[in-house]
Design a protein around this ligand. Structure first.
Ligand SMILES: Nc1ncnc2c1ncn2[C@@H]1O[C@H](COP(=O)(O)OP(=O)(O)OP(=O)(O)O)[C@@H](O)[C@H]1O
Ligand SMILES: [Mg+2]
Ligand SMILES: [Zn+2]
Length: 584
């Protein structure tokens, strides 16, 4: 007897055999038991998830001769059941719309609808790939669907439900077939292997199931492929990965480990080994993207077992990797790798892209919340001006003891360990120090007593410029002050207006510094009042002056463009008017 491929050999014959489509089986079973069977069904879903199989089971359920009425559990042995299973029944008509798209063919098939079934209880039309029908054919079908003869049942199956006209959709009872979860598919493949009396490692079967991506037929076909290679021998993870040319999980774990160690050499070598071993790099990069997604989720969600596709052992592996990554790093890695996957799919030289992207991953910095960054800048600023953190002792070892360390101020990322991996707790010599704080001479520009005062008669513009100059060494405060407009200056008080409360509040914290600098510039004690909102400014903020200048420049370039002889000529030739001028 010739070899029957597994997918055909193990086609489900009863509702109970349909894996992962319990919602369909249950509803159909109930409908049959209550004798409320619809006259038109639409089965949709991905390839190889049981649509055609379910259609045949339903046909058998309607036609089985064991009892006097349709049964939810067809016997499988009566003449009707056997003919339907073998595709020989004259009353169960299967049409593949992909090869019968012509309207005449549909018409001739539909003509038979009027006649009573030859032998069975009902006449069942199974139209596969129904989305392929022409619009004429759909119209012919629609007429029949509007007034179906009582003995006729239509079952349409399609992978592309969005191509079905709504007029048809609205006349059908629709069932959405699901992709099968990896664990469920693994169990199914294992049961098939047991029936075939073949041995396999759990991990090996899981690699196949993962690769099938939810399609039972794909899973069984891959299994066929592997069995053809190994014969009666036991299926192992390594053999399966080898035969299918897929990146197995070990490789993904290894790659992630090297990336977290920021070891570009090891990452590239692992990639090269995989590529030389026949792993498809496209498949590998997609699998790695999925793995980075799992890592990110495991990093953010406690007990993420239900959210990532992994066995308990694999989950522990994932958690170990997560423990090595700095917070926020997986999102960055995912983002970069996602771009690569997109580009590599269009490239003639995907391997080069994959390699360069891998190198880039090894250099990626973790995402930091903006609040953290601002805090770090503030701390840095305070230290630069000699204000905030305690002054470091830069002298040699004191009295034979360990060198005094500066207070552990939040370390900027560049000063962190070279690898994503946290340094081993026992290693003391490798522990990196925060960057040596720079000690500023007391004559730094920020020191209020530095420059001579301008006197109270100076113009607000002069005074404000001099104050800003004093904050040049404090970029954060300086950039906030650039948003301030001076709205008033009299009797020892300077009023500053800010566009938003956030900036005003932030500057409020440095009020003392600001007033000291201002008093020093004016040469007498001067207070600052901070307000928010649009007030008529006697001196505009630098930021708004800047945007005014930009707007003026844009306008000037627009006018130039409109008056350009070439443009004017073009308007004449095409007898048209210039609609818009785009300036960069
Ligand atoms: N839910 C399922 N349970 C068990 N086996 C299934 C299931 N879905 C598919 N299979 C297996 O895959 C084979 C093909 O299934 P079927 O023809 O029903 O898929 P389909 O959804 O109609 O696919 P297509 O869209 O490609 O026509 C079956 O013979 C069976 O071996
Ligand atoms: Mg089908
Ligand atoms: Zn039967």
């Amino acid at each position: 007897m010739s070899y029957l491929v597994l997918a055909r050999k193990y086609r489900p014959q009863r509702f109970a055999d349909l894996v992962g489509q319990e919602h369909v089986s249950r509803t159909l079973t109930n409908a049959i038991q209550q004798n409320r069977v619809h006259h038109a069904f639409l089965f949709t879903g991905a390839r190889g998830v049981g649509k055609t199989s379910a259609a045949r089971i339903l046909a058998k359920a309607l036609c089985c001769e064991r009892g006097d009425a349709p049964t939810a559990d067809p016997c499988g042995v009566c003449e009707q059941c056997q003919e339907i299973a073998g595709g020989r029944s004259v009353d169960v008509i299967e049409i593949d719309a992909a090869s019968n798209t012509k309207v005449e063919e549909t018409k001739s098939v539909l003509e038979g609808v009027r006649y009573a079934p030859a032998r069975a209880r009902s006449k069942v039309y199974i139209i596969d790939e129904v989305h392929m029908l022409s619009s004429h054919s759909f119209n012919a079908l629609l007429k029949t669907l509007e007034e179906p003869p009582p003995h006729v049942v239509f079952i349409f199956a399609t992978t592309e439900v969005h191509k079905i006209p709504v007029t048809i959709l609205s006349r059908c009872q629709r069932f959405d077939f699901k992709l099968i979860a990896t664990t469920r598919l693994t169990e199914h493949l294992q049961s098939v292997l047991a029936k075939e009396k073949l041995a396999a490692d759990d991990e090996a079967v899981r690699v196949i199931a993962r690769q099938a991506a939810g399609s039972v037929r794909d899973g069984l076909s891959l299994l066929d492929q592997v069995i053809a290679y190994v014969g009666d021998a036991k299926l192992t993870r390594a053999i399966v990965a080898d035969v299918l040319g897929v990146a197995d999980r070990r490789l993904l774990v290894e790659l992630a480990g090297h990336v977290l160690e920021r070891d570009a050499g090891a990452t590239l070598r692992a990639l090269a080994r995989a590529a030389d071993g026949g792993v498809d790099l496209g498949q590998l990069s997609r699998a790695f993207l999925g793995f980075l997604r799992d890592l990110e989720i495991a990093a953010r969600v406690k007990d993420a077992g239900d959210l990532v596709d992994a066995t308990p052992d694999e989950l522990r592996e994932i958690e170990a990797l997560v423990g090595k990554g700095a917070p926020g790093v997986f999102a960055v890695l995912f983002d970069r790798w996602a771009r690569l996957v997109d580009e590599a799919s269009k490239s003639q030289t995907p391997r080069l892209l994959v390699e360069m992207a891998a190198v880039e991953l090894c250099a990626a910095e973790p995402l930091l919340p903006i609040g953290d960054l601002l805090e770090r800048l503030d701390a840095l600023e305070a230290r630069l001006s000699g204000g905030g953190a305690p002054a470091p002792r830069t002298g040699g070892p004191v009295g034979g003891g360990a060198p005094a360390r500066p207070a552990p101020a939040p370390a900027p990322p560049a000063a962190g360990p070279r690898s994503w991996a946290s340094p081993p707790a026992s290693s003391t010599s490798a522990a990196p120090s925060a960057p040596a704080p720079v000690q500023m001479a007391p004559s730094a520009p920020a020191a209020p007593s530095a420059a001579p005062s301008l006197g109270a008669s100076a113009s607000p513009a002069e005074i404000w410029r001099a104050v800003l100059a004093r904050f040049e060494s404090k970029p954060v405060l300086g950039s906030r002050l650039a948003y301030a407009g001076v709205t008033a200056f009299d009797r020892g008080t300077l009023t500053l207006a800010f566009p938003d409360k956030y900036t005003a509040d932030a500057v409020e914290k440095s009020r003392k510094d600001l007033e000291e600098a201002l008093s020093a510039v004016v040469g007498q004690p001067t207070k600052v009042v901070l307000v928010t909102g649009e007030a008529p400014a006697i001196l505009k903020s630098e930021a708004s002056a800047e945007s005014d200048a930009l707007a003026a420049d844009k306008k000037r370039r627009e006018t130039e463009a409109r008056q350009h002889p070439l443009i004017q000529k073009a308007q004449d030739v095409f007898n048209t008017a210039l609609k818009e001028v785009k300036t960069p």
